[in-house]
Design a protein around this ligand. Structure first.
Ligand SMILES: Nc1nc2c(ncn2[C@@H]2O[C@H](COP(=O)(O)OP(=O)(O)OP(=O)(O)O)[C@@H](O)[C@H]2O)c(=O)[nH]1
Ligand SMILES: [Mg+2]
Length: 320
């Protein structure tokens, strides 16, 4: 029997896990019932706290996520986890470990775990991450945790998506791969040095402390006091303090109106990225191939080509 979007939307709003899985599948498959369903549930979204967890490959983000999930469940909170791009070359070996770790939550309806690949997309969190966030939000999860590997554009994008960004660092990595790129340092709301059982913890902690100190001096209007926390995720140490800090950040965002402003930024980003995708698709299908060919054969330069394509598009849409 053909499932109707409206039925699945209602079951989704009631928090039914199977309906959530169905919705995400429709969205991934570009089934027209996906957008139809999102339109129906969208007014009910905007409640969940989206928490981005990012850091270098192998920093223990997934292990930490698992301990955070356990802590949230103890506190009666429902949690959805989105692991972005677990199939990257950096993380290939970790997928099985992630499965084993997460399987303990398999029977708990208060936990929904979803892995998403970003394959094919030139950097950036995939459209499916935004979609999955909306679906989980509509399902009434209190927390949506998005794990991304901080090696490319992803860690900057996670900031656009998240209300609260947690940066995970570890001892013994050089500055160049540590998650200390300027943009990221400024974007982190909570910093965690994981693998505190390893040599070099004190040095890394001091280094991070210094960077946060410098940041506090350079970032004007910084009102949230960014915590630097310690964790040994493999032993479950530190999760309670991190969950406390995430809750404190939520309260702070609510008090300062920043929860709403960050949500608005996220909504805007999603619309803009859908517009970009749709326009690019249409441009290529309308006039792009011929123009593209002229660029490829050096008969036309890229700027003129882009202008011509945009002109064709606006001519067509004005007429429509
Ligand atoms: N010594 C020590 N090892 C840890 C700790 N936390 C995680 N690990 C180990 O570090 C390895 C990587 O952990 P993951 O949780 O998969 O790390 P990740 O950051 O999710 O990795 P990617 O998603 O592949 O980037 C695993 O072997 C963990 O058991 C810790 O606190 N101390
Ligand atoms: Mg991981």
């Amino acid at each position: 029997m053909m499932q109707r979007a409206a039925d699945v939307a209602n079951r989704l709003l009631a928090g039914e896990v199977a309906a959530g899985a169905r919705a995400i599948r429709w969205l991934d498959d570009r089934d027209p019932r996906g957008p139809e369903l999102l339109a129906a549930v969208y007014p009910q979204t905007g409640r969940a706290q989206v928490v981005g967890v990012t850091g270098p490959p192998g920093a223990g983000k997934s292990t930490l996520t698992d301990t955070l999930v356990i802590e949230w469940r103890k506190r009666g909170q429902r949690v959805a986890v989105i692991a972005v791009d677990p199939s990257s070359p950096f993380t290939g070996g970790a997928i099985l470990g992630d499965r084993v770790r997460m399987s303990r939550h398999a029977l708990d309806p208060g936990v929904f775990i979803r892995s998403l690949g970003t394959r094919g997309q030139a950097g950036g969190l995939s459209r499916s991450t935004h979609d999955a966030c909306l679906v989980f939000d509509a399902m009434g999860y209190d927390i949506i945790l998005v794990e991304t590997v901080g090696v490319g554009q992803d860690e900057i994008d996670v900031v656009n998506l998240a209300h609260t960004t947690v940066i995970v660092a570890v001892p013994g990595l050089g500055d160049e791969i540590q998650a200390v790129k300027a943009g990221l340092m400024e974007a982190g709301d909570i910093f965690v040095v994981n693998k505190a059982d390893r040599d070099g913890y004190d040095a890394t902690h001091r280094q991070m402390e210094l960077m946060l100190h410098l940041r506090a001096q350079t970032v004007t209007d910084q009102r949230w006091d960014v915590p630097l926390l310690r964790a040994v995720a493999a032993k479950g140490e530190g999760a309670d303090a991190i969950v406390d800090a995430i809750a404190a950040h939520r309260a702070w965002l609510d008090d300062h109106g920043d929860f709403i402003s960050r949500s608005r930024l996220r909504a805007r980003e999603q619309v803009l990225s859908l517009v970009r995708d749709a326009l690019a698709d249409r441009a290529v299908s309308m006039s792009g191939d011929a123009i593209m060919h002229r660029v490829e054969t050096r008969q036309l330069d890229p700027y003129t080509a882009a202008e011509q394509i945009v002109a064709t598009l606006s001519g067509k849409s004005a007429a429509a």
